[in-house]
Design a protein around this ligand. Structure first.
Ligand SMILES: CCCCCC/C=C\CCCCCCCC(=O)SCCNC(=O)CCNC(=O)[C@H](O)C(C)(C)COP(=O)(O)OP(=O)(O)OC[C@H]1O[C@@H](n2cnc3c(N)ncnc32)[C@H](O)[C@@H]1OP(=O)(O)O
Length: 363
């Protein structure tokens, strides 16, 4: 059960037991997602006032623990076994019990980056997830030095488990070069991260509801215990509910938990590759609240890095899905620095097999 599902269960329960209250809270319409978002933020902020000390205490202790991001100290810290051969271990595994695609892509990029000079910067990568990753064993990364040119250098990386590839990845690096051609789309206008709640704060808010069903409570607590090494603040918390059909587009602020620091742009690209797979594919489900995913997995992932950025500082992640069909969904993402600079773009196709939502019987 993922976060969206837990929150939907919670919502279904509320609808069943407190229809009037729910209608009031949602402004009587499931279509006005902006209003839902505003109401939820205001309501949540109010409820959170009483939890301020608790939240700030836990945040302080978390920051102390996380002085250095676990993504740097553990997940992306590959062990060298031989020339161009590395081993990576896992930190967070999704409830699907298959390895998180972002982790495999991030680790593959780390392995590729180790074989290129410091004067080269990752500008793009293209990957296929060909088999599910097994969380019970480490992943081996085998790098092939495909080509070294004057400007561009290409590496091919195979991620291997049980003697078979789980991911094939091509990454390209370039020397820094000036260009008279420079343009980008404008960044969407959204509230700053300081005005929004983290996923954990939203969950604390839902947990404080007296009418929350035990099953939903358990699911939410499991999610809180899940130490995802990314901090996320949804711009529109209504997209968690999936009560009514939404445009296939969502935005959130995200950053790596803990400190990474300036300087190592290759590392920031690897962290961004990790983050980029986290909430992308779900965007294709937003128009279909009547369905839930019974099988969802990314099939491929491409990424382009445009400018310098810090993955441990808030970046706006804009996700949209221009197409779905044939049990697949196409999703595209743009990562924006908070000063409006487009930092990275990505694109992914995923398999999406769905089943109709039915009200949970045990609530
Ligand atoms: C706003 C912020 C919100 C944030 C909220 C976020 C909340 C939670 C986030 C959680 C994180 C999510 C994770 C993100 C996504 C990922 O990381 S996915 C992981 C990376 N990708 C993968 O692991 C995919 C790896 N590739 C594969 O596994 C295979 O390539 C494949 C399974 C896709 C290949 O499919 P296929 O060729 O069909 O393989 P088979 O082995 O033959 O079949 C596999 C199973 O599928 C069943 N199946 C096949 N075809 C069909 C069909 N037409 N209809 C129904 N079912 C089919 C087949 O029977 C097999 O089933 P079983 O395994 O036997 O049960």
């Amino acid at each position: 059960m993922d976060l969206i599902e837990v929150l939907r269960n919670f919502t279904l329960c509320r609808r069943r037991f407190q229809t009037n209250m729910a209608e009031k809270e949602l402004g009587g319409s499931h279509e006005s997602s902006g209003l839902i978002a505003k109401n939820n933020i205001l309501e949540a902020k109010e409820a959170l006032k009483s939890e301020q000390d608790e939240v700030s205490q836990s945040r302080n202790s978390q920051y102390q623990q996380d002085l250095k991001s676990v993504l740097v100290t553990s997940v992306l810290n590959l062990e060298k076994l031989d020339v161009d051969l590395y081993r990576g271990t896992h930190h967070w595994v999704p409830r699907t019990q298959r390895l998180f695609g972002g982790q495999i892509v991030g680790q593959a990029l780390v392995a590729a980056a180790k074989s290129v000079s410091d004067s080269l910067y990752a500008h793009s990568l293209h990957c296929y997830f060909v088999r599910a990753g097994d969380p019970k064993v480490p992943v081996l990364y085998q790098v092939d030095r495909t080509r070294d040119g004057r400007s561009f250098t290409v590496r091919s990386v195979k991620a291997i488990q049980h003697g078979q590839p789980i991911l094939i990845c091509q990454a390209s690096f370039q020397t820094l070069q000036p260009s008279p051609l420079q343009h980008q789309f404008p960044m969407p206008v959204v509230p700053p991260p300081e005005d929004l709640l983290t996923v954990e704060e939203l969950i604390h808010h839902y947990l404080s509801k007296p009418d929350l069903a035990e099953e939903a409570k358990k699911g939410l607590k499991k999610l809180l215990a899940n130490e995802v090494p990314i901090e996320i603040k949804p711009v529109n918390p209504a997209h968690f509910y999936r009560l009514g059909p939404e445009q296939p587009r969502r935005l959130f602020w995200g950053r790596a938990r803990g400190h990474i620091g300036e300087g190592n742009m290759k590392l920031h690209c690897c962290v961004a590759a990790y983050v980029s797979d986290y909430a992308l594919l779900g965007t294709a489900l937003l128009p279909y609240p009547e369905y839930r995913a019974k099988f969802a997995a990314s099939l491929d992932h491409s990424m382009w890095f445009h400018s310098t950025f810090r993955s441990d500082e808030w970046m706006l992640y804009e996700c949209e899905s221009p197409w779905a069909g044939s049990s697949r969904g196409l999703v595209q993402g743009r990562m924006w620095r908070r000063d409006g600079v487009l930092a990275a773009s990505c694109s992914q196709e995923g398999v999406l097999r769905v089943k109709p939502v039915t009200e949970p019987s045990k609530l």
